[in-house]
Design a protein around this ligand. Structure first.
Ligand code: UDP
Ligand code: GLC
Length: 413
């Protein structure tokens, strides 16, 4: 990446990097809610080996989670800025300008006592990078999105392109798919966007909370003695819960549980899902479970796990979690998913947005329990090998140490 601002100069007489090889980091995240980007930040912030703080641009359960892990958290909230949505970023953001300026300044002020500014979400990127002339810190951006026109409006894409070229020092992408989308958008070199996949706690997801599936279902009020599919994740149009409902309507003896809530202003979609269920006459075989904290147990309570995103999923933590939970996973073949699931070996891939293909896949997995068990075995091995928290932290920490070292490899390591 090229930088407009001069090389970082700390006002601290002894720069933190001179005292230890591990740079100090200010992590910034726009959300107080618990989404995938926030879950991925937790182990990194919790185990960071030097001074660190998380600055949140909205309050919510994410703050409490971080604090319970012993991570220092600060807040810099501006309601007018939180109201700007990624896909509708237009000139109406002008009304939020005073709030934007305040948040840019707040981030810059907080960044003063750290070596690195780690930006974990789109708004954190924009606000943190705009303040570079004020804080002059090295900026690392963890990209969690596919930067396509399906996911983002033209103005947001233009701003990201400009900031990537002129203000961000290092980008790390959550998948090759996300990385490639940025390479296309910002015309940067592929080797400038290294990939670090999320890591999942295999042990936590494979631990059974109840002696058997029947006990789990009773505990959660789920129907017993039926074939139950589970779809895990926030309710949002591009996550494709409506595709699963279409499939449900075509499979009269299938039951489905949707675990997750509308988190980022997608309440209208939740309402539309209820209306769709009523129209299709599937309400008696459909459960809306809402947001749940005990995902491993919910995943183990179902027979098959569905992932139905209609747009390329940047990564898809829920897929890896499902693989770790020991249930066969059927997932939409696009984006980062194809870096996780190998069709017929550790999971089953389907064409995105195609209910008929989803029905076929569910039938196939259901009719071949031996094959489903083989998929699960391979899936767990894959998670242990490629998607562990240890692998994630090791790669992330190496890249951050390098960023703290001005982009050069740390010879003392
Ligand atoms: N999740 C959760 N409870 C829910 C729904 C989702 O804890 O009811 C978690 C899930 O376990 C996963 C994350 O939220 O770790 C969603 O991440 P993912 O990458 O799948 O999707 P995102 O929402 O970030 O696009
Ligand atoms: C984002 C993406 C999701 C990814 C998560 C963690 O929220 O939508 O696909 O798994 O970040 O990187």
């Amino acid at each position: 990446m090229h930088t407009l601002a001069p090389v970082a100069v700390s006002s601290d007489p002894v720069p933190p990097t001179a005292r230890t090889n591990t740079p100090s980091v200010l992590f910034v995240d726009q959300s107080g809610q618990l989404g995938g980007a926030e879950f991925s930040l937790m182990p990194l912030a919790a185990t960071w080996g030097a001074s660190r703080e998380v600055l949140l641009l909205s309050d919510g359960p994410f703050r409490t989670r971080l604090e319970s892990l012993g991570v220092p958290v600060s807040l810099a909230c501006e309601a007018s800025v939180s109201g700007i949505r990624k896909d509708t970023l237009r000139l109406n953001w002008l009304g939020a300008l005073p709030g934007i300026v305040r948040q840019v300044r707040a981030i810059a002020r907080h960044a003063e006592s750290f070596d690195i500014l780690f930006l974990n979400t789109q708004k954190a990127l924009v606000l943190g990078a705009l303040g570079k002339p004020l804080h002059r810190k090295r900026i690392v951006w963890y990209l969690h999105d596919v930067m396509s026109s399906e996911h983002f409006g033209p103005l947001q894409r233009l701003v990201v392109r400009w900031l990537t070229r002129y203000a961000v020092d290092h980008v790390i992408a959550n998948s090759r798919a996300s990385a490639d989308s940025l390479v296309t958008l910002a015309h940067c070199a592929t080797e400038d966007v290294p990939v670090v996949h999320n890591g999942i706690d295999l042990e936590a997801f494979s631990r059974a909370d109840a002696p058997d599936m029947g006990a789990l279902r009773r505990q959660f009020g789920l129907p017993e003695n039926v074939y139950l599919a589970g779809l895990f994740g926030r309710l949002a149009p591009w996550k494709g819960q409506h595709i699963a409902l279409e499939a449900l309507a075509r499979m009269p003896d299938l039951h489905l549980v949707l675990v997750g809530s509308a988190m980022f202003g997608e309440e209208a979609y939740e309402k539309a899902l209820h209306e769709q269920a009523a129209r299709l006459g599937v309400q008696d075989r459909l459960i809306f479970a809402g947001f749940r904290d005990d995902m491993p147990a919910w995943m183990q309570a179902v027979d098959v796990i569905l992932h139905t995103s209609t747009e390329p999923e940047p990564f898809g933590r829920v897929i890896v979690e499902g693989m770790a939970a020991g249930r066969p996973v059927i997932a939409s073949a696009a984006g980062g998913v194809t870096e996780i699931v190998n069709h017929g070996r550790n999971g089953w891939l389907v064409q995105p947005g195609n209910p008929a293909a989803l029905v076929d896949a569910i039938e196939t997995v259901r009719r071949a329990p031996a094959m489903a068990s083989a998929l699960v075995r391979e899936a767990r091995a894959e998670v242990a090998k490629r998607f562990s928290v240890d692998v994630y932290l090791e790669r992330m920490k190496a890249l951050l140490a390098r960023a703290g070292n001005g982009g050069k490899a740390d010879k003392s390591a």
